[in-house]
Design a protein around this ligand. Structure first.
Ligand code: UT7
Length: 325
């Protein structure tokens, strides 16, 4: 009998410090940088984001989200046999945030590693976990997106620092006789490395180059709109489904205009779009599992619903996962 994987539980974690656009505009004004609540809402749909305190790391947020996902699945950390963390803001160069998180969960022995695909990280990680479960290498995987993007933001650059936030989301993916995950579609195009990057690196005991996030917003915007539609169509075709089968579209939460554009192209009513970018900002690899958990816990997403998850970001990377929840 063929082996599939299905989501057994979801969880998330947001640092308590909520920063509204007005709070951020006031902070930036002290540096002589001008922005406004109106500009941020009109161009992005963001109203607020959460920022972690300096001592809090991605593995802290990821561990909290994981505990909630494990509890929602009716399991204990000892049941987990694979940990994959998608992050671009790991606690340190190495070991991985996944190994540090594993220790915080009080378990040892199972494989644990990070996936680096920036804002597409969660769909990449989910696809890798699904493949390892299908092959029989794992049975209960913890798949996490965890970020402290506030650490890599240049608060003198208003074109980027108003867009991002911190947080984590997690799912327990377990082996099942029926899907679960129906199909995935992953891509990358390294020709576009320069449009979204943190170009610094560690060398000779120092950070060389610029370790702040750089983005050509308009170039990213244009690419994102096209690839999100093609990934969605590819994954529907692979699964033998159509747009009409989608109950919920959960795209990467970067900009409400990109998300609404994708929904329109798929002829989905806006009520089927899960939106958390207004309250979380862009939390990179954490945005999809954060949005998923919020819609599950509010009772909107129910067992049996068909979900389209879509990621896009630095690399350039993009991808989609279609699943029956
Ligand atoms: O997570 C990975 C995926 N990332 C994304 O999907 C991001 C994709 N890109 C975007 O979401 C949008 O391009 C942005 C939200 C980043 C920018 O929106 P835009 O409509 O493309 O604005 P723009 O860059 O064309 O800037 C318009 C104006 C400029 O002024 P001028 O040149 O017209 O005088 C900017 O200098 O808005 C100005 N501006 C700001 N004004 C107030 C840029 N940032 C700000 C700001 N506050 N924070």
């Amino acid at each position: 009998m063929r082996r599939y994987s299905r989501i057994a539980g979801t969880g998330s974690s947001l640092p308590p410090r909520r920063v509204t656009n007005a709070d951020l505009a006031a902070e930036l004004a002290q540096r002589g940088i001008e922005t406004s609540n109106e500009w941020i809402i009109e161009r992005t749909g963001i109203h607020a984001r959460h920022f972690a305190d300096p001592a809090v790391t991605s593995s802290d947020l990821g561990a909290e989200a994981s505990r909630a996902a494990i509890a929602a699945a009716g399991l204990t950390p000892q049941d987990i046999d694979l940990i994959i963390v998608a992050t671009s803001t790991p606690d340190m160069v190495f070991p991985s945030a996944a190994c540090i998180m594993q220790n915080k969960l009080g378990i040892a022995g199972c494989p644990a590693f990070d996936v680096q695909a920036v804002c597409s990280g969660f769909v990449y990680a989910l696809t890798v976990a699904d493949a390892l479960i299908q092959s029989g290498s794992a049975s209960r995987a913890l798949v996490v997106g965890a970020e402290v993007f506030s650490r890599i933001l240049d608060f003198n650059d208003r074109t980027t620092c108003v867009l991002f936030g911190d947080g984590a989301g997690a799912v327990v993916l377990e082996a099942a006789d029926t899907p679960g995950i129906l199909a995935s579609d992953l891509h990358a195009d390294g020709r576009h490395t320069g449009i979204l990057c943190v170009p610094g690196n560690v060398s000779g005991g120092q950070v060389l180059g610029d370790a702040f996030l750089k983005m050509d917003g308009q170039a990213v915007f244009k690419l994102a709109v096209g690839v999100l539609e093609s990934a969605a169509r590819n994954v529907l075709q692979k699964a033998g489904r159509t747009e009409a089968d989608i109950d919920w579209l959960i795209p990467h939460q970067a900009n409400i205009r990109i998300m609404q554009g994708t929904a329109r192209k798929l002829k989905l009513p806006m009520e089927k779009l899960v939106v958390t970018v207004d309250q979380h900002g862009n939390t990179s690899a954490a945005s999809i599992p954060l949005a998923l958990d919020s819609a599950v816990r509010s009772g909107r997403i129910r067992r049996g619903d068909t979900l389209m998850l879509e990621g896009v970001g630095g690399g350039f990377t993009w991808g989609a996962v279609l699943l029956d929840f």
